[in-house]
Design a protein around this ligand. Sequence first.
Ligand SMILES: NC(=O)c1ccc[n+]([C@@H]2O[C@H](COP(=O)([O-])OP(=O)(O)OC[C@H]3O[C@@H](n4cnc5c(N)ncnc54)[C@H](O)[C@@H]3O)[C@@H](O)[C@H]2O)c1
Ligand SMILES: [Fe+2]
Length: 385
Amino acid sequence: MAAINLPRVIRIGGGALKELPGALAQCGLSRPFVVTDGFLAKSGMVARLVAVLEAAGLSAQVFDGTVPDPTVAVIEAALAALSDSGCDCVIGFGGGSPIDTAKAIAALALDPRPVQTMKAPAVTDVPGLPIIAVPTTAGTGSEATRFTIVTDEATSEKMLCAGLAFLPTIAIVDFELTMAKPARLTADTGIDSLTHAIEAYVSRRANAFSDAMALSAMKLIAPNIRTACAEPGNRLAREAMMVGAHHAGIAFSNASVALVHGMSRPIGAFFHVPHGLSNAMLLPAVTAFSAPSALARYADCARAMGVAGESEGDQAAVARLLDELRGLNTDLAVPTPRAHGIAEAEWSRLVPEMARQAIASGSPANNPRLADAGEIERLYAGVFG
Ligand SMILES: NC(=O)c1ccc[n+]([C@@H]2O[C@H](COP(=O)([O-])OP(=O)(O)OC[C@H]3O[C@@H](n4cnc5c(N)ncnc54)[C@H](O)[C@@H]3O)[C@@H](O)[C@H]2O)c1
Ligand SMILES: [Fe+2]
């Protein structure tokens, strides 16, 4: 049996931002608290959002103090601002970081307690304030997921928090908000969503619904990711990436991610590597490790991505998938951890702790090939470069 969960309202397409007031009205909401980051506030994008709300007679309070990979301190500051605001819902506007911040404070607003108590394996299902997610990156799919990720700066751990309390009530998916993303961000966030789609498809918790969304995501993302990076103004490529990221989010929210994400979060927590980039550093090696245990599933990924023919055998298709993932990293200039500037001694020192955190997050248990701590440590050593 599969249990499927989705946002109640999804408005998707170019210009969907203008639908936000109507979607709020449908849900009986009128006093939004907007969570965003400093860059988006300065860039004029938040002003676009506020103007849409004001045109509908809604005034919003804005908290623009979140940061990439939001921390417990940021959650506490945002929560303090929300508590005094009298707002009836929380809008996360930005990439995964503002959306995840919005999710955490929406849950805690009605159930105040330390953020750490929500860390997996805890499950937080009871809804807090309604969450509205408006992504400005084509990447995390967080607008459609029942997850939020908060970094505990005291322990350098990226805490995965799961449960229906983190599933947005409303998702506004407007690719026009991504048109100004620079190439590096487009590449990193795009690989994040490709990783979501592949991991959801090979996950031990995959089901017919998540499979359909994962395959759709791969079909949209794989042929468009290079174009979106090279031609930032290409609307068709931007739209495909945004819809692909959204479908990938729906897929993994209902099937979970696996070993790549389990190993990626500690790299982000300890070395502040952007989330999609740390996934990219791992994706070819972890796919090569995992493929023998799910050859047919990985072969389907190759075919959906358009890198293997329908009549090609599974073994050949998987070989093409590995070539494509390595080629994508070359074309998108993904560095190894060494080339990214991480000191080898520090990497080696932290590998055992990173492996421990990876396993504790639970994600590696969904991988088609289960990896013990020693194998995870060897994978970390192997990708260092
Ligand atoms: N909740 C989930 O289901 C889920 C899934 C995957 C990842 N995540 C988390 O999401 C976070 C990463 O999110 P992200 O990759 O979207 O990046 P992000 O939100 O951390 O943003 C990265 C940078 O890009 C900028 N930015 C955002 N939109 C832009 C735009 N349209 N144009 C130019 N610059 C823009 C931001 O201001 C920021 O400086 C990580 O913490 C990751 O762990 C969450
Ligand atoms: Fe991710």
